[in-house]
Design a protein around this ligand. Structure first.
Ligand SMILES: [Zn+2]
Length: 258
């Protein structure tokens, strides 16, 4: 129990750092160092104004200096990171049964999860996937192929990444970038390498179902603002589908009796 609380708190603290990365990415500012300031009034934030989630709740989502609203992104990313770190700790035992170096795999998978959170939130905000982050993710996913040669079939996992990439690249090419960005194809490469063929296929189906569902919901709920042709960022769906497929061990092929 204490371990679980510790992991959630640790995850929320990492999420707090991820927020800084998301806001400073491509802004020329360094991620480490520098002071945290209010975006509106520039007031320097004290440590008690930087406690994940709690500061936001206590200050009722407003800056102490000028009273302007603080973005929901802060507590949302902190909570999601905490929950995903715990989910990784609890559920990835299924995936790492045969490993001798599991203690090493948690930081590794937490790093991957963190990169995916940055990509998803950045895509939501800017409709673009940050190139540097997606390539760091892909290199780390490729290392996973090399590390699992003993008890898995890295050849199949490598191919599933390539097929996943080609599918999204084809959508990007055929629609001239309207349905899908090329960033989504790059992201699919690493996700495929990480998940292997069966889970990649599940991830693919789940993300399209999620995307279609949310797309329809937006069209119905926000009439006029969204149409069938509206662009929605796809990386959050691709990432949510991949994480669900990874965590739940949802084997969609056996589900349909293939
Ligand atoms: Zn302020």
């Amino acid at each position: 129990m204490l371990t679980h609380v510790f992991i959630i708190v640790f995850g929320a603290a990492v999420g707090s750092f991820l927020n800084v990365v998301i806001f400073r990415l491509n802004s020329g500012e360094s991620f480490l160092g520098g002071e945290s300031r209010c975006f509106s009034c520039g007031k320097k934030l004290k440590w008690r104004e930087l406690v994940p989630v709690f500061s936001f709740l206590i200050q009722k989502g407003r800056c102490r200096g000028c009273g302007s609203k603080i973005s929901w992104q802060y507590p949302a990313v902190e909570i999601i990171t905490g929950v995903l770190f715990l989910a990784t700790f609890q559920l990835s035992k299924f995936n790492f049964d045969s490993c001798d170096i599991c203690w090493f795999l948690y930081p590794y998978i937490w790093l991957l999860v963190s990169l995916l959170i940055i990509i998803a939130v950045y895509d939501l905000r800017h409709f673009i996937i940050p190139n540097k982050i997606v390539w760091i993710f892909n290199v780390l996913a490729f290392l996973n192929l090399l590390a699992h040669t003993k008890y898995a079939k890295p050849g199949f996992a490598f191919l599933s990444g390539v097929v996943f990439f080609l599918f999204f690249a084809a959508l990007w090419f055929l629609s001239k970038g309207k349905w899908m960005g090329f960033g989504d194809a790059k992201l699919a490469l690493g996700l495929g390498w990480l998940l292997g063929p069966v889970k990649t296929f599940s991830a693919f189906l789940i993300s399209f179902w999620l995307g279609a569902f949310v797309g329809l919901l937006l069209i119905v709920l926000k009439k006029g603002k969204y149409t069938m042709m509206s662009r929605i960022p796809f990386a959050p769906f691709l990432i949510a589908g991949s994480l669900l497929s990874f965590f739940i061990n949802f084997d969609i092929l056996s589900f349909f009796n293939f």
